[in-house]
Ligand binder design. Structure first.
Ligand code: GRF
Length: 209
């Protein structure tokens, strides 16, 4: 059974989707064993407490430099024997030293169809504002592996969501979460825990059961 750390910065609805999927037996070969928050105000911490999941706060701001930040993260993962790391609305960049320790073992959820509306500056509502400003008719969400470049790692699962007339960034964000993020994140986490995601030439292949 792989031990999963979920990294959060805010409300934690994606964390909740993972907790609920685990309770339904849909995270095969994986158990959420740690919630790591970038700040102590994250409501996601309350969700962890409600489900008796150990949690820790590691604030990048309180670290003197990148090395110290990496060390704190790695220590927390080591202490809890973490195998798989899930960024679920986590707003800090993962240091290179951590990425190197967990090759193809760190996943991120992004609320657009990468490579649209991704990279530096595209987070939270900004992604949906940009999608509406461009007038795309279809958007969605992507779960991908994390490398040293923002939103650049290999794509694991994507799901499309229709944009509707009259959408505001908030309405679109909610639809993307409900129809895509909360579904594909648990699916991708399960596939990685089951060792079913193979990477060849920057492309993932999902192995049959
Ligand atoms: C989600 O839209 C996620 O895709 C993005 O940040 C948001 C986090 O929401 N990276 P929550 O904290 O999981 O509710």
């Amino acid at each position: 059974m792989k031990k999963i750390a979920v990294l959060v910065s805010g409300g934690g609805t994606n964390l909740q989707a993972l907790i609920d999927a685990e309770a339904r037996g849909e995270i095969k070969n994986g158990k959420i064993s740690l919630v790591l928050a970038s700040n102590d105000q994250a409501y996601a911490l309350k969700r962890a407490e409600n489900h008796n999941i150990p949690s820790v706060v590691v604030s990048k701001k309180e670290c003197a430099n990148e090395e110290e930040f990496a060390e704190k993260l790695l220590n927390a993962f080591k202490e809890h024997n973490i195998d798989v790391i899930v960024l679920a609305g986590y707003l800090s960049i993962i240091p290179k030293a951590v990425v190197e320790k967990y090759p193809h073992r760190i996943l991120n959820i992004h609320p657009s169809l990468i490579p649209s509306f991704c990279g530096g500056g595209y987070y939270g509502l900004k992604v949906h504002e940009a999608a509406l400003a461009k007038g795309v008719k279809v958007t969605g969400a992507t779960v991908h592996f994390v490398n040293e470049i923002y939103d650049d790692g290999e794509i694991i699962i994507q799901k499309a969501v229709l944009v509707k007339e009259g959408d505001t960034p908030e309405i679109l964000q909610k639809r993307v979460m409900e129809e895509a993020e909360w579904k594909i994140l648990p699916q991708a986490v399960s596939l990685v825990c089951e060792d079913r995601v193979e990477v060849k030439n920057n492309i993932t292949i999902i192995k049959e059961n």
